[in-house]
Structures are given as C-alpha cells and as structure tokens.
Design a protein. Structure first.
Length: 87
C-alpha cells in the first residue's frame, strides 16, 4: 500500500489527477461532491427515461483532441471538414 497524497498540499498535478481518479476522489472533497452530483443527475435522467421505456445505447464519437488515460487513440482524418479526429 502506498500512502495518500499530502493532506495540506493536496493532489496538484492535473495529469496525475486524471490518471488516478480514485486518489483524487479520496483527497479532494470538492471533486468528490462534483462526482456525487453528476452521478445523481445521471441516475435521475436514466430513471426518468427508463420509466418511459427509452432504450440506452452507447455510441463512440470522434473528437478533435484525444482523451482516455494512457491508451493510444484511433486517429483519422475528416476530408469534408479538413480536420484530424480521434476516437
């Protein structure tokens, strides 16, 4: 086991915070509150749509900037928009 980040200095490295979300949620109460609020909103929307027999699907989208931790993104080029995109 590794010790948690310093209680007073916090978890300041942004890229490390995104890669180690579990630590960020433990150390930063503001981040934890944001995630809790987002989860409640998402849950409410899902319940609302489920009650009306909507079907939830997940569709990957192309973005102009890569995301997703350390994974190598799929890169493509959109000819009509003259734009580099990642999935």
């Amino acid at each position: 086991l590794m010790p948690l980040p310093d209680k007073f200095k916090g978890f300041t490295d942004v890229s490390k915070r995104y890669r180690q979300r579990h630590l960020d949620l433990i150390v930063n109460p503001e981040v934890r509150a944001t995630f809790r609020t987002r989860a409640r909103i998402t849950s409410w929307i899902r319940r609302y749509l489920d009650e009306r027999d909507f079907l939830e699907i997940e569709t990957p989208t192309l973005n102009s900037n890569p995301g997703g931790a350390d994974a190598k993104p799929f890169e493509t080029y959109h000819n009509a928009l003259d734009l580099d995109l990642t999935l």
